[in-house]
Every structure is written in C-alpha cells, then in structure tokens.
Design a protein around this ligand. Structure first.
Ligand code: NAP
Ligand code: MG
Length: 508
C-alpha cells in the first residue's frame, strides 16, 4: 500500500546546504544521557540513528536508553524531588532559573533552529521564526507562575467561625515523566518542562526517537542556568521500551504526553495501575469552515497555510476544508494556486517554506493515505505524489470528491493532505465538522458575527479560531475534547496540572 519512493541521485533542487560548525559539533557528540546534571553513558551500547530527512542520510547517533538507564533517571529525579532541593527554593529563585534557561536558548537561537531543521526537516526560517521564540515564550510565561501560585484560606460550611482554621495548599505533584513527539521538538520540550519546573516538580524528559537533538542541546544549558542536579533529566530512546518503562515506573507521579491518540491510549492504560496523574495532548482532524461571505483571495491562501505549514505535521492542522457550495470551486482553486508557495525544499534552504516529512515511515504513511483516498474514489486536484529526491518529500495535496466514510476524511494523516467538502447550511456543516472522534481545534471564516458565534458554540473542540488559525499562546489553555486528549496545557490550568491540592483543617 505504501508508494515506493525512488532512490535517485540528488537533483540540484534538492541539495541540502552544509551544516555549520556548531551543528556539526552537536551531531558528532558521544551518545549520552543527561542525568543528575551530568552526561552519562548508557548501561548498554544500543544506539539509534539520527537522520536528516532532507537527504535520508545518517548524521549522528543517540542512546537507546535501557531499562537500567530509565531506572537511574527516575531514581535521580525522585531523590531531587524528595529532598526539596528545587521545590523548597524561594519561588523567585525558581522563576529566575527558568528565565535563565530561556535566555540561554535565545542566545543560541540560530544553532537551535539549524539543529531542528536538520533533525525534523522543517524549514530553518520557520524554526527561527516559530519554534525557537515559541520555546522561549513557554519558559518565560511559566517562570512567572512560580511566584504566583498559591493556596486559599476557606471557611468550612458546617462549623462555627473561629473554631477551626482551614486552608487549601497547592503542592507540586512530584516527579513528572514527559514524553513528546517529533513535530515541534524544542517547543514541545519547553512546553512540557516549564509548568513542571515552575510548580516545583522534577522531571524526566523523553524526546521522540526521531528528533532528540535539541532536547539534548537544551540539557547542555541546564547546569549553567542554575538548576540543581536531578531536577531536569533527559533520556533518549524508543517509546515502546524507554517510554513505556517511564510510564509504568512506580517512582513517577505524573505523566504528560503529546503524540498520537493510539499511543495516548496505551499510556493511559499503563499509568492506571499506579493511578498516576496523566495529561494527554493527542491527534486531531480539524475542520476549516468557510462561509459564503468571505474574501476568497485572502482565505484560500490562509487555508493552504493551515494544512501545509510544517508539512501538515501539526496536531491542529486544518485538514478538512468545508467551503460553502457557492464558493467551493473558487476556494479549491485558491488553495491549489497557493501550493506553489509550499513546494518542498531541503530544510536549510533559506527560501524553503515546506520541508520533507520527518521520516521514511511517515512519508510512507502519508503516501499510503493518498493511495487509499484514490482507491476510494477521491480526485487529486493537485499533488498526490512525491518529488524525485532522496529525502522524504511529499508534494502538497488537495483531494475532492471525498465521502465522510473515507480514511482520508476520518483519520489523522499528519501530512500535507487536504480534503475539501461542500456544505449548504450552518447546521449541516456543524454536524459534518463534529463527525469525528477528534476534537482538538477548528477554524471558522466569516465576517458575520452571529454565524461565527453560533458555529463556535456548536463545534466540539478545545480551541475554535475565528478568521485565524493555529494561534497557540502560552497564556491560553490548550487541549482536546473527545479523543484529542485529557486535560489542558498552558495558562493557569497548565501549571495547576502539576500540583496537588492539600486541604488542612486545624481545630483551634
Ligand atoms: P507516537 O508514537 O505517538 O510518539 C510520540 C512519543 O511517544 C514518542 O516520544 C514515542 O517514542 C513515544 N511512545 C511511543 N510508544 C510509547 C509507549 N508505548 N509508551 C510510552 N511512550 C511511547 O507518534 P509517532 O509514531 O511518532 O507518530 C505517529 C502518528 O502520531 C503521526 O502520524 C500522527 O498522526 C500522530 N502524531 C500526533 C502528534 C500530535 O501532536 N498530536 C504528534 C506526533 C504524532 P518514539 O520516539 O519511540 O516514537
Ligand atoms: Mg532525525
């Protein structure tokens, strides 16, 4: 079912640029784990290949953590939590330390952006504009909460005033295991670690096997920022081994995961035995709903950006276009024209807007969906194929004549593939948009305030955008309805998810 990707010599248009000396140093480092503020060797010799998806070439190696490595990291984080070396520091010291880490990332922004482009395949320009500043923002936003979290004094309902003193304290939940995907590696890393750190938790971060470089580089700055040993630990390795062991480990109090719904369910089951606290940010199949009154010349390129940005490898990708019948053809034409802007290029090309997909596996998955769509009767308006190159490129693709039962409409493809459908009425489109097991995000495009608000109320999704999309801000809660997740990250809810409430009642 997967399309065979032809192996060809690089054509001129797909030549990756030379890496900088800083990136080469990061790639040549000895595979190691970051535990207790030290770079340590694994207990065994297993490594994983680091690949540049723009070329399909091996560019480095990382540790494939063993069970003993995971146990060591958890024991370290446990010790660092239990003796209070981090949680008992004055909040202003925690705040300053987290901000210092943000400063260090900012000071090395160009190197982080390049590593992200090499490892994930995303265009270096977008990594520079989106990933790295976003990563810094998450740290700075949550740093402020370290000094603002607090409890409450509350009077009991059934006792005379003055006979008891009762209060509700907020304490850090403990040791957090944080497992992240490959689509926004550094951004996901800081999004995860920042609330844990601000709350006073210690943590073990496991980046995705395909994209561990920036998490490892981040670890280089942990001691310099001033974190005591054992507070931030970074282990690389496979999800079904190292990740699964972390999730089941009795020394872990909370698991935070971003990734596929399928793995989210496994994690949820594995965490149940010890009733760990779990937050899950999972997949999506987000609708883009375009009403008849819009300016198609503006909205069509925006809809294209909503699906082709990051090669469609975004949980909130606007992967299902619903355009009103009266503008459907013009919308499809407009999105098709906009694909010229998203022509895939190697990630270090400063002109690149879309790079390759992250891996051969992901490319095959996406091509498999396109083939399935064609078999099911969908029509390819543009794309549907892969350019001849050694990297994992897929051309931006638009499918029409799709039916709600097709896998291209129902399943998260996580690639540059848009399915376009028509609608006539608001009720009809709301029903079609909600006809999915996901509920992560949606965008609505109209100048009609009343239609906007009526639709926003009907859509079952954690985030609804009006006349914009993919706006994700550290101050605003983010998460999914239905099978798109459990809990919310970011904002006040994001840090509260790393705390336990303790009610104290003292008789006077
Ligand atoms: P994934 O399997 O969900 O991986 C995400 C993370 O979970 C990785 O760090 C992974 O480790 C780890 N993991 C895998 N199995 C685990 C287990 N049993 N216990 C603990 N951790 C485990 O995602 P993927 O395979 O990379 O991508 C597959 C599909 O997931 C994509 O095509 C897309 O549909 C979806 N996805 C969604 C998001 C999102 O943001 N919602 C992000 C990425 C992918 P490894 O490093 O070994 O994989
Ligand atoms: Mg890679």
């Amino acid at each position: 079912m997967a399309t065979v990707h032809p192996i060809v010599e690089h054509t001129d248009s797909f030549v990756q640029r030379d890496y900088s000396p800083a990136a080469k140093r990061a790639l040549e480092r000895r595979p190691a784990l970051f535990i207790n503020n030290e770079w340590v060797s694994s207990s065994h010799r297993a490594t994983l290949i680091v690949e540049d998806p723009s070329t399909g070439r091996e560019v480095g190696r990382i540790v494939d953590a063993s069970d003993a490595d995971v146990d060591r990291a958890v024991a370290t984080a446990r010790g660092a939590f239990d003796d209070g070396r981090w949680s008992n520091l004055p909040p202003k010291v925690r705040e300053r330390t987290i901000n210092k880490l943000a400063d260090l990332i900012e000071a090395h922004a160009a190197e982080f952006a390049e590593l992200e482009a090499i490892d994930n395949g995303k265009p270096v320009g977008f990594a520079t504009m989106v990933d790295i500043p976003g990563a810094v923002d998450h740290l700075r936003y949550m740093a402020g909460w370290a000094s603002k979290l607090g409890g409450e004094v509350m009077d009991p309902l059934a006792l005379p005033r003055g006979t008891v003193f009762s209060y509700v304290a907020r304490e850090p939940v403990g040791v957090a295991a944080q497992i992240i995907p490959w689509n926004f590696p550094l951004l996901m890393a800081t999004l995860k670690i920042s609330p844990a750190l601000a709350a006073g938790c210690t943590l073990i971060l496991k980046p995705a096997e395909q994209t561990s470089l920036t998490a490892l580089r981040l670890a280089d700055f942990v001691a310099e920022a001033g974190f005591p040993p054992g507070v931030i630990n970074v282990i690389t390795g496979n999800g079904h081994t190292a990740g699964a062991r972390l999730v089941k480990h009795p020394g872990v109090d909370k698991v935070a995961f971003t990734g596929s719904t399928e793995v989210g369910k496994i994690i949820s089951r594995n965490a149940t035995d010890s009733l760990k606290r779990v937050t899950l940010e999972l997949g999506g199949k987000s609708p883009v709903i375009v009403l008849p009154d819009v300016n198609v010349e503006e909205v069509a390129p925006a809809a294209a950006g909503g699906i082709f940005f990051n090669s469609g490898q975004i949980c909130v990708a606007g992967s299902r276009l619903f355009a009103h019948r009266s503008i459907f053809d013009r919308m499809v034409e407009g999105v098709t024209a906009a694909t010229a802007f998203w022509k895939p290029r190697p990630s270090l090309d400063p002109q690149a807007h879309m790079g390759p997909l992250v891996s051969k596996e992901q490319m095959d998955r996406v091509m498999g969906y396109i083939e399935a769509g064609k078999r099911d009767g969908a029509t390819v308006v543009v794309g549907g194929d892969a350019p001849a190159a050694n990297g994992y490129y897929v051309n931006p693709t638009v499918l029409v004549n799709v039916k709600p039962s097709m896998s291209v409409v129902r399943e998260e493809i996580f690639g540059p593939v848009l399915v376009a459908q028509r609608f006539d009425t608001l009720d009809e489109v709301a029903k079609a948009a909600n006809d999915t097991s996901y509920g992560l995000a949606a965008s609505i495009w109209t100048k009609d305030v009343s239609s906007m608000l009526r639709l926003a109320a009907k859509i079952k999704a954690g985030t609804v955008w009006g006349n914009c999309q993919a706006v994700i801000d550290p101050a605003l809660p983010f998460g999914g309805f239905k099978q798109s997740g459990i809990g919310r990250e970011q904002g006040r809810e994001g840090i509260e998810a790393y705390t336990e409430l303790k009610t104290v009642i003292i008789q006077l």
